[in-house]
Design a binder for this molecule. Sequence first.
Ligand SMILES: *[C@@H]1O[C@H](CO)[C@@H](O)[C@H](O)[C@H]1NC(C)=O
Ligand SMILES: *[C@@H]1O[C@H](CO)[C@@H](O)[C@H](O)[C@H]1NC(C)=O
Ligand SMILES: *[C@@H]1O[C@H](CO)[C@@H](O)[C@H](O)[C@H]1NC(C)=O
Length: 287
Amino acid sequence: MTGTPRPYLLFLLLAAQPRGSSPATSGCASSAIRVNGILGELVVLPFDFKGTFKLITWYRPSPRQDTASGRKVPLAVITPGEPGALPRVAVEDERYRGRVRLHGQSYSLEISNLTLADRGEYKLEQNTIGHNVHFCDYHLTLYQRLSQLEIKIHPVMAENSTCNVTFTCSAGEGAWNLTYTWTGPAGGAVLSTKESLLVQHRLGDEDTPVTCTATNNVSTSSANASPKAACEGPTLPQTPALSYCRTKGLLVLGMLGSLLAGIVTAHVLAAREQTRPGEERSFPCAC
Ligand SMILES: *[C@@H]1O[C@H](CO)[C@@H](O)[C@H](O)[C@H]1NC(C)=O
Ligand SMILES: *[C@@H]1O[C@H](CO)[C@@H](O)[C@H](O)[C@H]1NC(C)=O
Ligand SMILES: *[C@@H]1O[C@H](CO)[C@@H](O)[C@H](O)[C@H]1NC(C)=O
């Protein structure tokens, strides 16, 4: 019965190999851990670790190189505190001063007041007591929390008293990586997943309001638009026919005005002592 326990012993031997006898490196995930942050808010780069260590070094995206030593300037260096005390956090990168700390009771890094310059690849390097090195890579993507959407309206009159109105959904400057969904009335069918939507509205027909919903990975916002209001409402821009009428009216008014001025001048020249006041008249557009 001596043969049976051998594999078991071998396993025990392997498991009991003294750690750190040969330096080893390991990563915490097969690829970078993806983290989403919101501009101006805070984000946590997770590092789930309990135990003893010598040093934890965090690097920011494309770390600055120290000109004298040539070494990459870390974002922060964490060292264990005295027994019973909290770990020490030394923030070496001035860009992060006052903005980083350990999250709760963990070794996860919390970065607050996020700015666009904070996005990119972060790296954690942990040196254990046994001279092993443990790496973690993070990819931080930043998003803007969406505020109120604006819908721009562009109506064009088409044939047969139909109005082609183009609605364009806008989340303002600085919004990127957005997906748009246009839906019909009362959570109806998806009409489009583009930024703009063309709706044909017959003048006098019932309204069919549409809703634009813009989404990024961290927030969502929506707004409604009414084709009837866009086509028949008071804000409808002048149709070409109407503006032509206006132009014509102004032209006639101008011509009459100069005619009147000419008559008055002639009268003044003819009889300086007898001036007649010119009558003031308006010429409404008769179209
Ligand atoms: C972070 O933002 C808050 C609120 O906007 C501000 O009061 C605080 O001073 C900022 N802190 C840093 C370090 O920029
Ligand atoms: C209105 O929209 C229809 C359908 O897309 C199109 O065929 C037509 O040419 C448009 N008319 C105008 C004046 O834009
Ligand atoms: C306009 O309406 C009439 C009658 O309904 C139709 O015969 C004609 O084809 C329409 N024209 C266009 C351009 O849609």
